[in-house]
Design a protein around this ligand. Structure first.
Ligand code: HEM
Length: 164
Protein backbone atom coordinates (compact mmCIF):
# COMPACT_ATOMS: atom_id res chain seq x y z
CA UNK A 1 0.00 0.00 0.00
CA UNK A 2 1.22 3.41 -0.90
CA UNK A 3 1.61 5.98 1.89
CA UNK A 4 0.58 9.49 1.13
CA UNK A 5 3.82 11.56 1.28
CA UNK A 6 2.19 14.29 3.35
CA UNK A 7 1.11 11.82 6.08
CA UNK A 8 4.55 10.21 6.13
CA UNK A 9 6.08 13.62 6.69
CA UNK A 10 3.74 14.32 9.63
CA UNK A 11 4.49 10.93 11.23
CA UNK A 12 8.20 11.71 11.16
CA UNK A 13 7.64 14.80 13.31
CA UNK A 14 5.47 13.72 16.26
CA UNK A 15 6.54 16.82 18.14
CA UNK A 16 4.24 18.83 15.94
CA UNK A 17 1.14 16.88 16.95
CA UNK A 18 -1.01 18.49 19.67
CA UNK A 19 -0.81 15.44 22.01
CA UNK A 20 2.97 15.50 22.04
CA UNK A 21 3.24 19.22 22.65
CA UNK A 22 1.09 19.03 25.80
CA UNK A 23 3.22 16.33 27.44
CA UNK A 24 6.60 17.65 26.38
CA UNK A 25 6.29 21.09 27.91
CA UNK A 26 8.01 20.81 31.29
CA UNK A 27 5.78 21.72 34.21
CA UNK A 28 7.01 24.81 36.00
CA UNK A 29 9.28 23.65 38.86
CA UNK A 30 7.92 23.84 42.42
CA UNK A 31 9.29 26.78 44.43
CA UNK A 32 12.53 25.78 46.17
CA UNK A 33 11.41 27.28 49.45
CA UNK A 34 8.18 28.52 50.97
CA UNK A 35 7.68 32.22 50.38
CA UNK A 36 9.97 34.04 52.79
CA UNK A 37 7.66 36.95 53.34
CA UNK A 38 4.53 35.03 54.30
CA UNK A 39 2.98 37.21 56.98
CA UNK A 40 2.70 35.51 60.38
CA UNK A 41 -0.72 35.53 61.95
CA UNK A 42 -0.87 38.14 64.71
CA UNK A 43 0.41 36.73 68.00
CA UNK A 44 1.75 33.56 66.40
CA UNK A 45 5.41 34.64 66.47
CA UNK A 46 7.69 32.47 68.50
CA UNK A 47 8.15 33.68 72.07
CA UNK A 48 11.57 34.60 73.35
CA UNK A 49 13.01 32.61 76.26
CA UNK A 50 12.55 35.66 78.45
CA UNK A 51 8.94 36.12 77.35
CA UNK A 52 8.22 32.52 78.39
CA UNK A 53 9.56 33.20 81.93
CA UNK A 54 7.74 36.51 82.08
CA UNK A 55 4.52 34.83 80.96
CA UNK A 56 4.82 32.37 83.84
CA UNK A 57 5.44 35.22 86.24
CA UNK A 58 2.50 37.14 84.79
CA UNK A 59 0.02 34.28 85.15
CA UNK A 60 0.96 33.60 88.78
CA UNK A 61 0.98 37.34 89.60
CA UNK A 62 -2.52 37.81 88.17
CA UNK A 63 -3.86 35.14 90.56
CA UNK A 64 -1.81 36.41 93.48
CA UNK A 65 -3.21 39.95 93.11
CA UNK A 66 -6.74 38.59 93.56
CA UNK A 67 -6.07 36.59 96.73
CA UNK A 68 -3.13 38.27 98.47
CA UNK A 69 -5.34 40.00 101.05
CA UNK A 70 -7.01 36.77 102.18
CA UNK A 71 -5.12 35.01 105.04
CA UNK A 72 -7.06 31.80 104.38
CA UNK A 73 -5.26 31.53 101.03
CA UNK A 74 -1.72 32.19 102.24
CA UNK A 75 -0.52 28.66 101.50
CA UNK A 76 -1.50 28.91 97.82
CA UNK A 77 -0.30 32.52 97.69
CA UNK A 78 3.12 31.27 98.75
CA UNK A 79 3.00 28.64 96.00
CA UNK A 80 2.21 31.31 93.42
CA UNK A 81 5.09 33.38 94.77
CA UNK A 82 7.40 30.34 94.47
CA UNK A 83 6.50 30.08 90.77
CA UNK A 84 7.33 33.79 90.33
CA UNK A 85 10.63 33.41 92.18
CA UNK A 86 11.62 30.44 90.01
CA UNK A 87 10.79 32.39 86.83
CA UNK A 88 12.78 35.42 88.02
CA UNK A 89 15.79 33.20 88.80
CA UNK A 90 15.78 32.01 85.19
CA UNK A 91 14.98 35.45 83.76
CA UNK A 92 18.04 37.06 85.31
CA UNK A 93 20.24 34.78 83.15
CA UNK A 94 18.58 35.96 79.92
CA UNK A 95 18.88 39.03 77.73
CA UNK A 96 15.95 41.23 76.68
CA UNK A 97 15.25 41.31 72.92
CA UNK A 98 15.65 45.11 73.07
CA UNK A 99 19.40 44.66 73.67
CA UNK A 100 19.74 44.13 69.90
CA UNK A 101 18.44 47.67 69.29
CA UNK A 102 20.93 49.26 71.70
CA UNK A 103 24.21 50.62 70.29
CA UNK A 104 26.94 48.11 70.93
CA UNK A 105 28.96 50.36 73.24
CA UNK A 106 25.93 50.73 75.57
CA UNK A 107 24.73 47.15 75.46
CA UNK A 108 26.73 45.79 78.41
CA UNK A 109 25.33 48.53 80.65
CA UNK A 110 21.80 47.88 79.40
CA UNK A 111 22.16 44.18 80.25
CA UNK A 112 23.67 44.89 83.69
CA UNK A 113 20.87 47.36 84.47
CA UNK A 114 18.28 44.78 83.43
CA UNK A 115 19.88 42.28 85.80
CA UNK A 116 19.80 44.71 88.70
CA UNK A 117 16.11 45.37 87.89
CA UNK A 118 15.40 41.66 88.24
CA UNK A 119 17.50 41.58 91.43
CA UNK A 120 15.33 44.36 92.88
CA UNK A 121 12.27 42.36 91.93
CA UNK A 122 13.69 39.34 93.76
CA UNK A 123 14.26 41.48 96.87
CA UNK A 124 10.61 42.59 96.73
CA UNK A 125 9.55 38.94 96.37
CA UNK A 126 11.58 38.08 99.50
CA UNK A 127 9.77 40.80 101.49
CA UNK A 128 6.44 39.53 100.17
CA UNK A 129 7.37 35.99 101.27
CA UNK A 130 8.16 37.23 104.78
CA UNK A 131 4.85 39.13 105.01
CA UNK A 132 2.78 36.16 103.81
CA UNK A 133 4.63 33.73 106.06
CA UNK A 134 4.00 35.99 109.07
CA UNK A 135 0.33 36.43 108.10
CA UNK A 136 0.77 40.19 107.59
CA UNK A 137 -1.68 40.37 104.71
CA UNK A 138 -2.06 44.14 104.65
CA UNK A 139 1.69 44.48 104.19
CA UNK A 140 1.59 41.73 101.55
CA UNK A 141 -1.15 43.56 99.62
CA UNK A 142 0.88 46.78 99.71
CA UNK A 143 3.96 44.94 98.43
CA UNK A 144 1.95 43.44 95.56
CA UNK A 145 0.90 46.98 94.57
CA UNK A 146 4.52 48.12 94.72
CA UNK A 147 5.60 45.15 92.58
CA UNK A 148 2.91 45.97 90.01
CA UNK A 149 4.13 49.59 89.79
CA UNK A 150 7.75 48.43 89.52
CA UNK A 151 6.83 46.00 86.74
CA UNK A 152 5.26 48.86 84.73
CA UNK A 153 8.28 51.12 85.20
CA UNK A 154 10.81 48.43 84.26
CA UNK A 155 8.83 47.30 81.23
CA UNK A 156 9.03 50.85 79.82
CA UNK A 157 12.79 50.62 80.16
CA UNK A 158 13.57 47.10 79.02
CA UNK A 159 10.82 45.87 76.70
CA UNK A 160 10.99 46.49 73.01
CA UNK A 161 8.31 48.98 71.98
CA UNK A 162 5.34 47.29 70.28
CA UNK A 163 5.52 47.25 66.48
CA UNK A 164 2.44 48.39 64.54
C1 HEM B 1 5.96 40.74 88.79
C2 HEM B 1 6.64 41.43 87.91
C3 HEM B 1 6.59 41.19 86.43
C4 HEM B 1 5.63 40.55 85.70
C5 HEM B 1 4.34 39.93 86.21
C6 HEM B 1 6.06 40.59 84.30
C7 HEM B 1 5.34 40.08 83.26
C8 HEM B 1 5.69 40.18 81.92
C9 HEM B 1 4.90 39.73 80.82
C10 HEM B 1 3.51 39.10 80.95
C11 HEM B 1 5.61 39.97 79.68
C12 HEM B 1 5.13 39.71 78.24
C13 HEM B 1 5.59 38.34 77.82
C14 HEM B 1 5.11 37.99 76.41
O1 HEM B 1 5.11 38.86 75.55
O2 HEM B 1 4.76 36.83 76.20
C15 HEM B 1 6.86 40.57 80.05
C16 HEM B 1 7.87 40.92 79.19
C17 HEM B 1 9.07 41.45 79.57
N1 HEM B 1 9.44 41.81 80.86
FE1 HEM B 1 8.38 41.50 82.54
N2 HEM B 1 7.26 41.24 84.23
C18 HEM B 1 7.62 41.61 85.49
C19 HEM B 1 8.76 42.30 85.85
C20 HEM B 1 9.76 42.66 85.01
C21 HEM B 1 10.97 43.36 85.40
C22 HEM B 1 11.28 43.84 86.83
C23 HEM B 1 11.73 43.50 84.27
C24 HEM B 1 13.10 44.15 84.09
C25 HEM B 1 13.96 44.35 85.04
C26 HEM B 1 10.99 42.90 83.17
C27 HEM B 1 11.44 42.83 81.87
C28 HEM B 1 10.70 42.33 80.81
C29 HEM B 1 11.19 42.29 79.45
C30 HEM B 1 12.55 42.77 78.97
C31 HEM B 1 10.17 41.73 78.67
C32 HEM B 1 10.22 41.45 77.14
C33 HEM B 1 10.82 40.06 76.90
C34 HEM B 1 11.95 40.04 75.87
O3 HEM B 1 12.58 41.06 75.63
O4 HEM B 1 12.22 38.96 75.32
N3 HEM B 1 9.81 42.41 83.66
N4 HEM B 1 6.88 40.69 81.43
Amino acid sequence: MKICPALAWLAAFPILSPAASASDVPASPPPATAPAAAPAAPGSEKKTELEMRMDRMGKAFRKLKKQVGDPAQNATSLELLSAMEAAAKEAIELTPAKAEDIPEDQRAKFEADFQSGIKNLQDMFAKLRDALTAGRNDDAAKLVDDIGAFEKKEHKEYRRPEKD
